[in-house]
Design a protein around this ligand. Structure first.
Ligand code: SF4
Ligand SMILES: [Zn+2]
Length: 466
């Protein structure tokens, strides 16, 4: 099931067969479509369409191309329209210095006014920017500086900034992309990610965490390969999801689940699944034995919604070893069984060992993702007990300095930093594959972290923060 977060269903290109287009979308698994407005008239049509079809949601706004024609009553009319049910955002709004169909100062004024309306209505925004990223960003940053409370009453509790909007058909580079994520914006990519020459879109869509990507067709424009040049329609979303999946190294269903959650957080469309203690990512099965942990990392969402890539890990009751084994079934169906989740697996050492032994007996492979505090938690050296049960181990290095380590994980830095390094040194002797990982945040010095991994004798990898 997919969501097309940006399709101009009101376009005249659909006048002849709109009904069939919507049906084809449903048949292709696109269960929700968000139709932006480009003028007051168009916004009204989007609202009408949304009231007529369950699968359609509307945004209301004046596109930068149309800014000069916005008229004195623009805000009043948009305010009224935005109160209609199924209006999920103000959009599409922004700046377009490529075509310059409206004078730039008018574009800026109309953009600002609509940002203010979004704040007033506590709605997210859908932003169009073309050859105007610097100005767009400056304006958005200013708005956020002046009013930190916009969308802050979200029901989602998360370490991520509250979702404020989406930069649709994202045209910028990766550095700007990270900045936008930090401000609480998602990015969406249409069929451009399927083009051979996609500018920076492929690079960005492959590099940023999937949690911050929305799928869009931008129908009737920008049809994906192999339909390039034809009229585009929401039923083509799976082609775009497939392209993003291969850029991200995920399956199309991982992409669907994660992007649907992004759309839920931003637009309030859809629901979160029930908590689960196993989940698949790519071709591995992850086992969430516990959401308890001895640490409380500042970048961990364990205490928040505990949702990873759209998967709800907020389990209320920890699963028994038997329950986990029943869920795994035949372990050889997966590349590996990973003890991970939102919590420290070695807190449930005995159950983890039971499951791991059972997996190994059935020819499966196992990996442990740990903070490296297992020996402190269990008050003994647990590593020899895991030999033959665990094939690979990822240990979070998190920081290169003990004090920093303590600050990030909110525990006694020197004690636990040394415990973690001792654990890693010991693990390298006993297990064929040990990787030390850090989170990709600016405070952490990568070369230094790499040097520590080398000194310990482990491999090294960087995982994403957002
Ligand atoms: S060690 Fe892992 S599970 Fe524990 S708080 Fe840190 S990130 Fe979360
Ligand atoms: Zn558009």
């Amino acid at each position: 099931m997919f969501i097309d977060s940006h399709c101009h269903l009101t376009a005249k290109e659909f006048d002849a067969d709109r009904e069939e287009v919507l049906q084809r979308a449903l048949d292709a698994g696109v269960h929700a479509m968000v139709c932006p407005g480009t003028t007051i008239e168009d916004s009204r049509r989007a609202v009408e369409l949304a009231s007529k079809y369950d699968s359609v949601y509307a945004c209301v706004g004046v596109h930068p191309h149309e800014a000069a024609k916005a008229g004195d009553r623009m805000l009043e009319e948009l305010r009224e329209l935005s109160a209609q049910p199924k209006v999920v955002a103000i959009g599409e709004i922004g700046l377009d210095f490529h075509y310059d169909f409206s004078p730039r100062d008018v574009q800026e004024r109309v953009f600002r006014e609509q940002l203010d309306l979004a704040r007033e209505r506590n709605l997210p925004v859908v932003i169009h920017t073309r050859e105007s990223m610097d100005r767009t960003l400056a304006i958005v940053e200013q708005v956020l500086e002046n009013d930190g409370s916009w969308r802050d009453d979200q029901t989602f509790v998360s370490r991520y900034p509250h979702p404020k909007g989406v930069f649709h058909c994202y045209p910028g580079d990766l550095t700007t992309a990270w900045r936008l994520l930090g401000l609480g914006f998602s990015l969406s990519f249409p069929g451009i990610v399927t083009f051979k020459n996609s500018g920076s879109a492929k690079e960005v869509a492959g590099a940023i965490p999937i949690e911050h990507i929305l799928l869009e067709t931008d129908s009737p424009y920008l049809a994906p390969v192999p339909l390039r040049g034809k009229r585009n329609e929401p039923a083509n979303i799976p082609l775009i999801a497939g392209a993003i999946a291969s850029l991200q190294g995920l399956s199309a269903s991982d992409v669907a689940r994660a992007t649907n959650y992004a759309a839920l957080k931003l637009f309030g469309i859809g629901t979160v699944g029930a908590p689960q203690f196993t989940y698949t990512l790519r071709d591995a099965l992850y086992v969430n034995l516990t959401i308890r942990c001895n640490a409380d990392c500042i970048f961990c969402d364990r205490g928040g919604d505990a949702i990873i890539k759209g998967i709800n890990l907020k389990i209320e009751k920890e699963p028994t070893a038997e329950e986990v084994m029943a869920e795994i079934g035949d372990p050889t169906r997966y590349k590996e069984i990973v003890f991970c989740g939102y919590g420290e697996p070695t807190i449930r050492l005995e159950d983890m060992k039971t499951v791991a032994r059972w997996v190994k007996q059935r020819g499966g492979r196992t990996r442990l993702n740990t903070n490296g505090h297992g020996n402190v938690i269990n008050k003994r050296n647990i590593l020899p007990e895991l030999v033959g049960l665990i094939d690979a181990m990822s240990i979070s290095l998190n920081a290169t300095d003990p004090e920093e380590y303590g600050r990030l994980m909110r525990l006694n830095g020197p004690t636990f930093f040394n415990a973690m390094l001792d654990f890693a040194r010991e693990a390298v002797k006993l297990f064929p594959r040990v990787v030390l990982t850090i989170v990709d945040i600016p405070e952490i010095e990568k070369p230094q972290a790499m040097a520590i991994a080398r000194e310990v004798g482990a491999e090294f990898s960087v995982r994403l923060y957002f």
